[in-house]
Design a binder for this molecule. Sequence first.
Ligand code: NAG
Ligand code: NAG
Ligand code: NAG
Ligand code: NAG
Ligand code: CU
Length: 663
Amino acid sequence: MAAAPSQTILFIILLHIFYIFVPSHQYHPLDSLTPSEFSQIRSIVTKAYPESSTHKLTFQYVGLEEPSKQTVISWLKNETTTNPPRQAFVIARIDHQTHELIVDLSLQEIASKRIYSGYGYPMFTFEDQENADKLAFTYPPFVASIRRRGLKLEEVVCESFSVGWYGAEEEEGKNKKRIVKVMCYYMNGTVNLFMRPIEGISMTVDLDEMKIIGFQDRVTVPVPKADETEFRESKIKPPFRQSLKAITVVQPDGPSFTIDGHMISFDVRAGMIISLASIYDLEKQQSRRVLYKGHVSEMFVPYMDLTEEWQRRTFFDAGEYGYGLCSMTLEPLRDCPPNAVFMDAYFSKQDGMPRKIPKAFCIFERYAGDIMWRHTEATIPGKTVREVRQDVSLVVRTVSTFGNYDYVNDWEFKQSGSIKVTVGLTGMVQVRGTTYTHKDHMEEDVYGTLVAENSIAIHHDHFLTYRLDLDVDGDANSFVRSKLRTTRVNDRRSSRKSYWTVDSKTAKTESDARIKLGSEPAELLFVNPNKKTKMGNLIGYRLIPEGVTGALLSSDDHPQIRAAFTNYNVWVTAYNKSEKWAGGLYADQSHGDDTLAVWSNRNRSIENKDIVLWYTLGFHHVPYQEDFPVMPTLNGGFELRPSNFFESNPVLKVKQPKEEYSP
Ligand SMILES: *[C@@H]1O[C@H](CO)[C@@H](O)[C@H](O)[C@H]1NC(C)=O
Ligand SMILES: *[C@@H]1O[C@H](CO)[C@@H](O)[C@H](O)[C@H]1NC(C)=O
Ligand SMILES: *[C@@H]1O[C@H](CO)[C@@H](O)[C@H](O)[C@H]1NC(C)=O
Ligand SMILES: *[C@@H]1O[C@H](CO)[C@@H](O)[C@H](O)[C@H]1NC(C)=O
Ligand SMILES: [Cu+2]
C-alpha cells in the first residue's frame, strides 16, 4: 500500500496481504499464503502422507516460510529479478507425532521434513477444540452430573483449556499426551456464558485420540444467576442512558491513502504482521526503512487462583490458541470508523483447506481532534502569530477474541514517523462460581473480586510480547541504553547543587540488553552506527514504553519458567529467522527450553549487527465491579519514535488538508 497521496503523508507502509488476482510470478515475497496456495499445500502433503483408518493427518499450522532477509532486500532493490521460491512451513500431526514440513510451492514438492520429538505441542486447531467440547454431551458421567445439578443439557456450552506444565514428576512414564481440560458454562437466559461457570466439573480430553480420558465432579457450587449478565442492546432492560447526537468522521474527498493490493500480512499464529514499514523522507527524497517486521510473538495470561479447576489456567494465547486463529470479523461503523477500508484474511483448517475471516482487518485515517504541533508566538509586541497542524494518522486494526477476552490491536503510523502500537482489552473477565454473595461473608483468600452474587472475577496478568525487527535505515543496528543520572555539583561557584546527565552505553552482547523497566529513567535507542545526521548524531529510533508492568510470579514457578520471556520488559537479540515465538515454537505444554530467555543466554554479539527488539507490555488485572458483565476497554501500548533520524522536524512542511471542512 502506498500511503502517499501527496508528499506530506510520509509513511509508505508496504503491508502485504493475500491478493487473489495476483498472478503467481507477481507475488510479493512476504505476501500471506493465498487460498489457492493453501489448497496446493494440502494436496502436496496429503499425497506424501495418505490418510487412512490408521494414518490420521491434521494440519496444526500452515504459514509462509519467508525467504531470507537478504533475498527480500535484493528483490526490493530490483523487482524485475525473478521471485524467490515460494515456500510454506507446515506443522502436522501424523500418527501422534509432530511433523515439520517445508513445502515448496514453486517445485510443488516437500523440500524438507523432520519429526519433532522435543517438549510441547503445536497450536490447537478450531476442530481440536470444537470436537473436544462436543465429547462431553455424549459422556454419561457428565450428563449425569448436569442432571444432578438440575441443569438442562441443551443450555450447556463447553470450552477447551490448555493444561500447561507443572514439573518433571508429571512426565513419569513419559506418558506424554496432547491433552486439554474441558470445562463448561450454562446459558439458560443469557449469551454471556462466561459469567455462568459450572464449577467443579472437568474432563481431560486426549486430542489425538479425541477421547475423554479423565473426568472429575468434585464440588457443587451455585451457577451464578443470568440476571444482569446480558450485553446485547436488544435484550438489556431499560432505563438506558440518553443517546448521544450523531457523530461521525467525514473525508469528503475520500481517504488519502491508496491500496494497491499488498498490505498487511496475516498469520494464523501471529495475527497481523506489519512488514517493511518505511518512511518517505522529504529532504532526502527517498523512503527509508524502519521496521522490517513487527508482530505479537506471544501472549501470557496466568490466573492467580489455586482452586483445582483453576490452577492450570496459565495461557499462552498466541502459541496455544493462535492470535490469528482468534481474529474476528470487524463490525463496520462500530469496530472501525465510517472511513475505514476492510480486508479479509485466510488460514488453513485442520484438513488443510483454506478458511476465510471476512473483514479481519480495517485500515483508516484517524483524526481524533488532536494537535500534531502548534505554537502561538505572543511575545512580539503588537503581533500574534499562531500555527497549528492537525494530527491525522493511519491505523491498521484487528480484534482477536480468545473465548472470553477481546483484544483490540492497533498499529498507528503517524506523519511524524512515530509508530504507535496499542492493545485494548475488553470482553469478559473470567469468573469462578462461588457460594458467596457478599464480601463480608468471605473468610479465606478467594483469589479475586466479588463482582456479582456468586461470581468472583479472578486476579490475572496479560503480558504481550512483541517481536520488533527494526532495521533503522539499514539492517546493521546497535542498541544504546541511556541512563539519566543525578549528578551532584560540588563547585562552590555554581548556584546549583545538582543536575542530571545522560549516560549512554552501547550494548555489546545480549546480556547487556535485558532490561526491567520502571526503576530508573532510561532512553532506549536503536541506532544505525554507520549513519549520522549532518550534526553528527547517530540515526536512530527509540522505544517509548507507555506504562510498564513486570512479572510477579517467582522464577521457579513452572508457568514463569515457560514464560521466562516476561522476566524482562526489553530484550535485544541477534537476528535469527527461526527465533520468532518468544515462548517457543511448541508452546502448548512447553517446558521453557525454547524461549527468548534461552536464546538470549547465548549472549551473542549485538553491536552493529542485524538485531531484533522484543518488548513486553503487561497488565496486572485486579478486576473491579465495572468489569462486569462486560469490561470497558483498558488500553496499553508503546511508541517507536524517530530520534535523530531526520535532520529536523519532519512534519514542519505538512500542509493543512486541502480545504478545512466544516459542516
Ligand atoms: C535487475 O535484474 C535484472 C534481471 O536479473 C537485470 O537484467 C537488471 O539489470 C537488474 N537491474 C538493476 C538496476 O540492477
Ligand atoms: C432457566 O431459565 C428458566 C426461565 O428463565 C428459569 O425458570 C430457571 O430457573 C432457569 N434454570 C436455572 C438452573 O438457572
Ligand atoms: C537460530 O535459532 C535456532 C533456534 O533457537 C537455533 O537452533 C539455531 O542454531 C540458530 N542459528 C544461529 C545461526 O544462531
Ligand atoms: C556476555 O559476554 C560478554 C562479553 O564476552 C561478557 O562480558 C559477559 O559477562 C557475558 N555475560 C553473560 C551473562 O555470560
Ligand atoms: Cu484481564
